[in-house]
Ligand binder design. Structure first.
Ligand SMILES: NC(=O)c1ccc[n+]([C@@H]2O[C@H](COP(=O)([O-])OP(=O)(O)OC[C@H]3O[C@@H](n4cnc5c(N)ncnc54)[C@H](O)[C@@H]3O)[C@@H](O)[C@H]2O)c1
Length: 351
């Protein structure tokens, strides 16, 4: 059973990916310091898969603690590196903690990859690396523009660091550029658990609908798009998760032919923020309380993916449409409310 180290395994995409890896026959260990997550989410993973996943509560910015995990697990076949801070707006306000955490953790991890000759490495990148593109949809060869935020810059720099590392080492690397992951696992046992006020659209929608947020703000309706709001490519988190299993299988088979590859992970459909809200209102039956506010610094105007490469090379096929993304997100938000005693702050253990 190949053994995969998942960093950020208690996070939103990491937990969904662990489920997919375990269901596809991988043994998984996680490293997550729970700076941005609830440790109990792994109990949900266990409930879905029937397998216990060990988490090392370690800050990847601490080299010695990170190194010790590799000493204890000499048989790691691959790494999927999710751990990072991800809030665009926060990164504009606090750029240094983004550079320190996102790049410091990556470099420490790559030093361990080198020391322990780990053959395969998959990195969570983002469509933010494209900045504000001139032409959409973007392909993997679309020229990247200056990042719109320090967060986006950490992903651009992270990609560069990994490219140089892969060229100079025997490790094969895959850079996965996610568009906008949303929704929750179909079991409704795991989903997104934003810490503090959500900065992403869909948790902001569901938290407003449930009454946690009194009124939601749509950041700008004067963009040059079909209804004036920003365009995004929403993609179900379980579709994103499965792409990681396929990426690991792809590098396992690549046998020296590859040092690094890049794949866009989006549906290929551009959806405006206001269209996403309409889809949510339709599937939930809830009229959303929102107002139009000013544009938000760091937001790109319009972006969606050309995903041909992931479809053709990885054999990836997305399963979920926009309405299902919204429906699973809504079911999950209702579960968080119903089980507030389990999911409320401080970060709890699921049972
Ligand atoms: N969710 C999105 O919209 C989105 C879009 C594009 C790319 N990404 C990238 O995907 C990855 C996963 O995103 P997510 O939505 O699951 O985020 P998340 O915040 O839910 O999960 C990230 C996890 O990493 C952990 N972590 C952060 N820094 C750490 C450190 N120094 N040491 C150990 N653990 C640490 C956090 O505690 C958290 O559990 C991130 O790299 C993010 O930048 C996310």
């Amino acid at each position: 059973m190949p053994k995969i180290l998942v960093t950020g395994g208690c996070g939103y995409i990491g937990a969904h990916t662990i489920v997919d890896l375990v269901e596809n026959g991988y043994e998984v260990i996680s490293v997550d310091n729970n700076s941005r997550s609830h440790p109990g989410i792994l109990a949900g993973v266990e409930r879905i898969t029937g397998k216990k996943v060990k988490n090392y509560k370690v800050d990847l910015c601490n080299f010695d603690d990170t190194f010790a995990i590799f000493q204890e697990n000499a048989d790691i076949d691959g790494i999927i590196h999710f751990a990072a801070y991800k809030a665009v707006g926060e990164s504009v306000d606090k750029p240094l903690i983004y550079f320190e955490n996102n790049l410091g953790s990556l470099i420490n991890l790559l030093k361990c990859v080198q020391e322990f000759s780990i053959p395969n490495f998959v990195f969570s990148s983002s469509c933010t690396v494209y900045g504000n593109p001139d032409v959409i949809p973007v392909t993997e060869t679309t020229v990247t523009k200056p990042a719109e935020s320090p967060y986006g810059a950490t992903k651009q720099m992270g990609e560069e660091i990994i490219r140089d590392f892969a060229r100079s080492s025997g490790t094969k690397a895959i850079l996965l550029r996610y568009f906008n992951p949303v929704g929750a696992h179909s079991s409704n046992v795991i989903g997104e658990m934003p810490i503090g006020r959500p900065q992403n659209l869909v948790p902001a929608i569901t938290q407003t609908a449930i009454g946690k947020i009194p009124k939601m703000v749509v950041y700008g309706d004067d963009y040059d798009t079909r209804d004036g709001s920003c365009i995004r490519d929403f993609i179900h988190v379980s579709d994103i998760a499965h792409a990681h299993t396929l990426a690991i299988q792809y590098v396992e088979k690549a046998e020296g032919k590859l040092n690094h590859s890049v794949f866009n992970l989006g549906t290929g459909n551009g959806v405006t923020v206001l269209e996403a809200i309409k889809s949510f209102e339709k599937v939930s039956g809830v009229k959303l309380n929102y107002e139009i506010g000013p544009r938000r610094q760091g937001d790109v105007i319009a972006i969606y993916a050309n995903n041909d490469l992931a479809v053709n090379e990885l054999g990836w096929k997305t399963k979920y449409g926009l309405d299902e993304m919204m429906a699973t997100a809504w079911e999950w938000e209702k579960r968080l409310k119903a089980d507030a005693a389990i999911f409320g702050a401080p970060p709890p253990e699921l049972n």
